[in-house]
Design a protein around this ligand. Structure first.
Ligand code: AMP
Ligand code: MG
Length: 422
């Protein structure tokens, strides 16, 4: 059995090899359709920003007589106006002259300072400064925010809503993004029935396919649902062959433990390599991953999930999701968000494996207005308990050698990526 950290390293290595041997494929997308996708290349600024010296305030752009220090009580002759969309177009200002200017308007080249309108007294032809203004004040300098040809976003970066003002302000209407990852997935288990089917004695409704689709549906992934496969080596091999033709990653559910009908591992072994089997994590010990090969190359990565609904969910989100994000961005593994929280009640358990206990994380505010994060573990942590999973919003990570944690201690929680903290 390998540690969780070792499994993460091995998975990373496996995925690095896959990325190195599978050339990146990209597609152009309209900016407005690119949210949630990963950039395929650096975005280089086409424009410097601002494009000229721009006034930061409403006031007067002056050409000062005294070009040093703090300017006070000078009188300027008004020569015109510069407003957004209509820059001043008269003769260059001479010392002692000024133009009316508004926020966002181009500062004439011959002006050196903007004096805010609250600090002047004016009539129709002249402006008198009432207070000191430092030389060069209230001007946003050309190129001060973005230099021409500098990288404003980098390959592999996730395109998020807060990047849109930057990209749109560069006049960018289209970006090149990484192609979607193709993930084929199937479930094994002769007891599994689809919603709508009648249940015989011992049958259960299949729930892992929907769970995989729900977790991965948040990402740019083409999901190929291959349904439930019979618990026979022939059926599983034929499904693995079909899946690896169509997909970059094949995910299976169930059939990876050591029962008489658990054929998945031996089938993957026969068609490629099972690089690891058994990870010291709870829930989820029967985990195996590797790759499915053809003659020259890897056809697809293989990530096996345990059958139990909670184990399957935890292994997918905690172990596989960070490396799947690496396969998407092709640059780096993205761990789930870890936070420190105060444990609400004592927690005892049997040690030996890194455990991900389902928990409820909440924000607490004390009388002095100080906020803290608090977490409580769901009562039962059995790996089939879907009710506890549904009510949770995080997992509490408990190190393999820890058996008891007292209430009030700080623990590390891994927040479900879609959680809005109350
Ligand atoms: P297995 O890993 O195949 O031994 O399955 C372990 C447990 O999880 C068994 O009780 C199965 O009935 C259950 N199980 C397996 N696959 C699924 C699935 N796709 N949906 C819901 N439960 C499952
Ligand atoms: Mg089974």
């Amino acid at each position: 059995m390998i540690s969780f950290a070792q499994a993460q390293d091995n998975l990373h290595q496996l995925c690095r090899t896959w990325v190195a041997t599978h050339p990146d494929v990209s597609e152009p997308l309209a900016l407005c359709e690119s949210l949630g996708r990963y950039l395929n290349e650096d975005v280089i600024a086409a424009l410097e920003l601002p494009r000229s010296d721009i006034s930061a305030m409403d006031g007067y752009a002056i050409c000062s007589q005294d070009r040093e220090g703090t300017l006070t009580s000078q009188v300027f002759t008004l020569k015109g106006e510069s407003r957004a969309g209509e820059p001043y177009s008269g003769d260059p200002l001479a010392p002692g002259e000024c133009v009316r200017i508004f926020t966002g308007a181009v500062v004439p080249e011959s002006a050196d300072t903007v004096v805010i309108q609250e600090n002047v007294e004016r009539d129709n032809t002249s402006v008198r400064m009432l207070q000191g203004t430092s030389f060069g004040a209230n001007i946003r300098r050309r190129g001060e925010e973005i230099a021409a040809h500098s990288a404003i976003a980098i390959a592999g970066q996730l395109i998020t809503p807060n990047m849109i003002p930057l990209l749109a302000s560069q006049g960018i209407a289209e970006v090149t993004v990484r192609a979607k990852l193709r993930v084929a997935f199937f479930a094994t288990g002769d007891e599994l029935k689809a919603a709508g089917d009648s249940l015989g004695e011992g049958d259960i409704y299949e729930s892992n396919l929907a769970s995989i689709a729900a977790v991965l549906g948040h990402y740019p992934i083409d999901l190929i649902d291959l349904g439930v496969v019979e618990d026979t080596p022939e059926a599983i091999k034929s499904c693995l062959a079909k899946a690896s033709e169509k997909a970059d990653v094949v995910i299976s559910s169930g059939g990876v433990s050591v029962g008489d009908y658990d054929y998945v591992r031996q089938c993957v072994d026969a068609m490629g390599v099972v690089s690891d089997y058994k990870v010291a994590m709870k829930p989820g010990k029967p985990v195996c991953f590797g790759h499915i090969d053809d003659a020259e190359n890897w056809k697809a990565l293989f990530f096996g999930l345990p059958g139990n609904a909670v184990s399957s969910f935890v292994v997918l989100t905690e172990l596989y999701l960070p490396v799947m994000k690496y396969l998407l961005n092709r640059e780096r593994v993205i761990p789930n968000t870890l936070l420190e929280a105060i444990l609400e009640t004592d927690l005892s358990r049997r040690g030996g494996r890194l455990e991900f206990q389902r928990g409820v994380l909440s924000r607490d505010e004390d009388a002095g207005g100080r906020t803290s994060l608090r977490v409580s573990a769901m009562g039962s942590q059995d790996s089939h308990r879907v009710l506890g999973l549904a009510r949770a919003n995080c997992t509490i990570k408990i190190a393999a050698d820890v058996e008891h944690i007292s209430a009030g201690s700080k623990v590390t929680v891994s927040v479900f990526p879609w959680t809005d903290l109350q």
